[in-house]
Design a binder for this molecule. Structure first.
Ligand code: FES
Ligand SMILES: [Fe+2]
Length: 467
């Protein structure tokens, strides 16, 4: 078999560049599985518009603790890859099949620098450079003419992130303000597998009504406060929107607003708030990415935040989290089938929509407007990327270099005057308060100060509302 020539490849010198005419992976055609429905939005392969858009971002794909001395074969965005640590503890993410004659590098030997293929000893650095072709003549030019496909990897708070896009467009790894909220916060990594396309998992977070039925009425996964039907709203943020529910519970207004950050980050507050005492918090309990494995599988992966001040998930401990450990019932298929039928969770609702939810067979209602909003944002972003625009990226804020985010949750007493508040009044209040949370991003101060200032503003809005 002829090797893949790169003589005409102009980016051979770029770190992590893939030879221009190299196949993405011999065993991973762009559409390994038939695509059903709206593949403009759902397809993730390297040749697809959606896949090219998603490749402009860093995505977490495994826990750092999963990568020990042996290489690990994995699939990401429809490509077959191998991740390894060399003996200098540098991490490489290479195309799975050795470019010599295709042996999987999962059987490779980590070296002092890079990894050595087990079959004929070719050695690759973590950026795909061929370091050695030991059985070839000393004057062989092979190692100068070819590169193994490779992607950069970064480690952050115990998760490994990959960037699979054009090297010249590689953004900074996003550091969200919630990673350090509050002081002493411990982000604890977790991941589990979903056997379906990534988009329907993201859409689940754009749909606050499912918390009422799936999580509170049908099951008891969330507190009873979530049984109350809320007013919904979807408030713009710099990289997406807040998917929010505003309720009146026991003479209090109870707001839960989740961050939907393009393309696949969600941040959520807890599920155990009973709305029985006043509280105010800008921040979240969980940050998660939905990272495509291929068109019909994805990782639900991220951090649960263990803050000294905020305990949004009852008695959850770091030991409850990890690989296939989500810390919340119903997120995986580990329970017996009949139990899942009696008390279904997100896994059951979302995976049962099908490998790729058939959006052409849907009958959407007014409460699905968050889902529609996300699809529109995604379609626009994919199209803009196709046309050569730079996708929106998380921007660091000036005061601390972190990216400001907006998930929030509060419970505030409103007294009897608000008991008969209309749906519209409730919605208007929740929206105005959320806009106050978002506009506070321009304040050049610490997170706690922003929270205090916004709290006062929301109390003022509340006074005006019940007046
Ligand atoms: S197949 Fe890898 S060195 Fe030959
Ligand atoms: Fe859910």
């Amino acid at each position: 078999m002829a090797l893949t020539a790169v003589a005409a490849c102009t980016n051979i010198d770029h770190k992590f560049a893939r030879p221009l005419n190299a196949p993405m992976s011999p065993s991973a055609p762009p559409h390994a599985t038939p695509i059903i429905g709206d593949d403009f939005l759902t397809a993730v392969g390297p040749q697809t518009p959606g896949g090219q858009y998603l490749r402009r971002y860093w995505h977490p794909f495994m826990l750092a603790s999963e990568l020990q001395d042996l290489p690990v074969a994995l699939r990401l965005m429809g490509e077959d890859l191998v991740v390894f640590r060399d003996r200098a503890q540098r991490i490489g993410l290479l195309h799975k099949h050795c470019l010599h004659r295709g042996t999987s590098l999962e059987f490779g030997i980590p070296a002092d620098q890079g990894i050595q293929c087990c079959y004929h000893g070719w050695k690759f650095d973590i950026d795909g450079t061929i370091l050695e072709t030991p059985a070839e003549p000393a004057n062989s030019k092979i190692k100068h003419n070819f590169k193994q496909g490779a992607y950069p990897v970064r480690e952050l708070h115990g998760l490994l992130f990959a960037y699979m896009g054009p090297p010249e467009h590689m953004p900074a790894l996003p550091v969200l303000d919630t990673f350090a909220k509050d002081e002493g916060n411990q982000p604890v990594p977790f991941r589990f597998h979903m056997p379906c396309n990534w988009l329907q998992v993201v859409e689940n977070a754009c749909d606050p009504i499912h918390n009422v039925f799936l999580h509170a009425i049908v099951s008891s996964q969330f507190s009873d406060a979530f049984k109350v039907l809320p007013a919904l709203d979807f408030v713009d943020t710099p990289m997406g929107f807040l998917s929010m529910a505003t309720r009146l519970v026991n003479g209090r207004v109870f707001v839960r607003a989740s961050d939907i950050i393009m393309p696949n980050i969600g941040q959520f507050t807890g599920s155990s708030n009973k709305a029985s005492e006043d509280s105010f918090r800008i921040g979240c309990g969980r940050t998660r990415w939905v990272t495509p494995i291929d068109d019909v599988n994805c990782h639900y992966i991220g951090y649960v935040h263990f803050s000294p001040k905020y305990k949004p998930y009852g008695n959850l401990t770091p030991d409850d989290l990890g690989v296939d450990k989500a810390g919340l019932i119903g997120q995986t298929d580990e329970r017996p089938y009949k139990e899942r039928q009696r008390e279904p969770g997100d896994y059951d609702a979302v995976a049962s929509q099908g490998q790729v939810a058939n959006r052409r067979a849907e009958h959407l209602g007014t409460t699905d407007r968050g889902v529609v909003m996300f699809r529109r944002l995604l379609a626009k972003a994919i199209q803009a990327n196709l046309e050569g625009d730079t996708p929106a990226l998380p921007q660091p804020m000036l005061w601390d270099g972190k990216t400001r985010t907006f998930a929030h949750e509060y419970v505030l007493s409103v007294g009897p005057d608000a008991a008969g508040a209309s749906h519209d009044a409730l919605q208007n209040f929740g929206r105005a308060a959320a806009q106050a949370v978002v506009s506070a991003q321009s304040l050049q101060m610490g997170h706690d100060d922003i929270e205090q200032q916004t709290h006062q503003k929301v109390l003022q809005l509340l006074k005006e509302w019940v007046k």
